[in-house]
Design a protein around this ligand. Structure first.
Ligand code: ZN
Length: 354
């Protein structure tokens, strides 16, 4: 039986601090895309109505039954145009759907996190790719994973300056590009800071970090700034060392290769010039959620990375990952709870059971 946890209207006093009986039942409606009626409620505080559907991730969606298939296609690395054709949607409609799903999955990934205790090993690396033009608009993608579970802590893209051999012809093109679009800024430090910051937010007070990276000169300073020299051990490996399973950076090299499969497909959509980087970030969030919550760590595993870290008791199905809206932090409804329980309540109950 569904019980609304709070009034979904943000301005209402029953949103922040709901009384136990803040709502009354208010009939139901029968959506065309559902087999069961959806109960409606009225808030005693603001007198506005809402329904069970207001708390769902597919709230107000057209064709909600296509959300899970789109998540599926995107997590396989299928591009937007191909997904649109396969699902029988327009390209714009697919874009909007994917954007909403990606934002939802980003929130889900963040709300399900819990502080990590003890000794935490992390691997960090940057992938290079580009938006629209390899020679003129390169990008860097910092990727940070927890080593033993392969949990992806964060990844995002940032613009970098074109580098490599500058032939007269390339310099000419760069000059035209800069006249047209302004000087391309190097935003990599900012993206790395933010990525390492996501890991810092994940650590409990007592946690100690071992960070594995290559020998790029900016990493030691950025790592010390993120974690504090006290609790950080930083191991660097020469990136020219053969990329075998013996390489200390093997876990991140392996995850990078997995991501490359997805990033490679994005290169073809070169007409998305202005939107590109944003779309790359959205698809990255879909990949991270799929990687952490749905997929097993390795083929022979039965548990997902988030499960191995103790964030969730089992793997999520794609439908569960797309179930409840996650816009209210730990007050959002937990996708694995029976009945309606918030993420905070669910975590408290599972901590008591443990
Ligand atoms: Zn209200």
């Amino acid at each position: 039986m569904f019980r609304p946890p709070f009034c979904p209207h943000r301005g209402c006093a029953q949103h922040r601090d709901p009384a136990p009986d803040f709502y009354t039942r208010h009939g139901s409606f029968w959506p065309r895309c559902r087999a069961h009626p959806v109960p409606r409620f009225r808030c005693r505080g603001c007198r506005r109505t809402f329904s069970r559907q207001t708390f769902r991730a597919d709230y107000r969606d057209h064709r909600p039954h296509l959300n899970a298939p789109l998540f599926d296609l995107t997590s396989m690395g299928v591009g937007l145009r191909m997904s649109a054709r396969r699902l029988g949607l327009s390209r714009r409609c697919t874009e909007l759907k994917l954007r909403k799903i990606a934002r939802h999955l980003r929130r889900l990934n963040l709300t399900l996190r819990r502080p990590l205790h003890g000794h935490v090993a992390l691997h960090f690396d940057e992938l290079e790719t580009f938006e629209a033009n390899r020679s003129l608009r390169p990008l860097t993608v910092p990727v940070l994973i927890e080593t033993s579970t392969r949990y992806c802590v964060w990844a995002e893209s940032a613009t970098i300056r074109p580098k490599g051999k500058m032939t007269p012809r390339r310099l000419e093109k760069l000059a035209v590009e800069e006249r047209r679009r302004g000087r391309r800024r190097d935003r990599s430090r900012r993206a790395i800071r933010r990525t390492l910051g996501r890991a810092r937010d994940l650590l409990a007070e007592d946690a100690r970090v071992t960070l594995f990276t290559d020998e790029k000169s900016s990493y030691p300073g950025l790592a010390r700034r993120a974690f504090g020299a006290q609790r950080l051990a930083h191991h660097t490996t020469n990136s020219r060392l053969a990329r075998t399973t013996w390489n200390p950076l093997f876990p991140i090299n392996h995850e990078d290769a997995r991501l490359r499969d997805m990033l490679g497909r994005l290169r073809r959509q070169s007409w998305l010039v202005t939107k590109r980087r944003r779309w790359l970030d959205l698809v990255l969030q879909v990949q991270i959620a799929y990687r952490n919550l749905v997929r097993t760590r390795f083929n022979h595993d039965t548990a997902s990375p988030a499960q191995l870290l103790g964030f969730v008791p089992r793997r999520l199905t794609k439908h569960e990952a797309l179930s409840w809206r996650q816009e209210w932090g730990k007050r959002s409804l937990h996708p694995l709870a029976r009945g309606t329980r918030s993420v905070a309540e669910f975590e408290e109950a599972s901590a008591l059971a443990a």
